[in-house]
Every structure is written in structure tokens, then in C-alpha cells.
Ligand binder design. Structure first.
Ligand code: CU
Length: 141
């Protein structure tokens, strides 16, 4: 039993290392090892990022409260958001003070993900319940 656990640990260790290497090979030379796992997760899973410092007004000027602020997917596809900020944020359908009750992530903690599937064609506006200047769209074709 103990041998099996050790073997499993070694296998997991190797696969994490391989992902880390392929990431650093593809992208940045400046990635430090402590951040590699988070950035690898992000590279694999997140479609839309909630970047740092969007909890204060201003990101709306450049339309970077959610990145990208418009994402186009095919019907039946999904979108995964990642909160990269140190503050809470939400992904809530509709507009500020006019939610549509289609979806609501609730408060996303730092580095928490939220994934949704979209089965109907349309334009889905969403916003952050905590920060009125944060809004974006999912377009399903
Ligand atoms: Cu927010």
C-alpha cells in the first residue's frame, strides 16, 4: 500500500513538472517557480480573466474589467472565468441592479474559477454585483 502511494506521488510529481516545463517553454522566461502552477492552470482552463485592481473604477475605460470583455463561443460550449484579483467579484447575468437571473457565480474568491455552459444562441450581458463599472458579454453563435 505504501509503495503504491509513493509510486502515485512520483507519477503526479512528474506530470506536474512536464506541464510546468511545457508552459515555460511556450511563454515567458520570467515565470518564477512559485507562480508556475497557477499560471499553468490559467493557461489550461480560464477563458476570461478578472484581472487585478478592477475593484476600483477605471478598468471600464479600456474595457479590461473582464478579459476579454467579449468572448464568442459556439452553441453548447462553455466559458470559464478565473478571478485573478485579491478582491471578491461576481459573474452575474444582466446589468448592474438589473440582473436577469440566468446565472450568478456568487462571490468568487481570489483564484476561484466559475464555469458555465451555453446551450442557446444569443448575447449574454453580465456584470459584477460588487463593482458597477465591471461588465462584459458572452456571445453564443
Ligand atoms: Cu467586481
Amino acid at each position: 500500500m505504501i509503495k503504491k502511494i509513493i509510486a502515485l506521488t512520483i507519477i503526479l510529481g512528474i506530470s506536474v513538472t512536464v506541464i510546468g516545463l511545457s508552459f515555460s517553454g511556450l511563454n515567458s522566461e520570467e515565470v518564477n517557480s512559485d507562480e508556475t502552477s497557477l499560471q499553468t492552470e490559467e493557461a489550461i482552463k480560464a477563458d476570461v480573466l478578472i484581472p487585478t485592481k478592477v475593484s476600483r473604477p477605471g478598468c471600464d475605460v479600456e474595457d479590461i474589467c473582464y478579459i476579454p470583455s467579449k468572448i464568442v463561443i459556439e452553441k453548447g460550449g462553455s466559458v470559464t472565468w478565473l478571478n485573478e484579483d485579491s478582491a471578491f467579484h461576481t459573474v452575474t447575468s444582466g446589468f448592474y441592479e438589473e440582473p436577469t437571473d440566468l446565472f450568478d457565480s456568487g462571490y468568487l474568491d481570489p483564484y476561484q474559477y466559475y464555469t458555465l455552459s451555453f446551450d442557446e444562441i444569443g448575447t449574454y450581458d453580465y456584470f459584477c454585483e460588487l463593482h458597477p463599472w465591471m461588465f462584459a458579454q458572452v456571445i453564443v453563435e
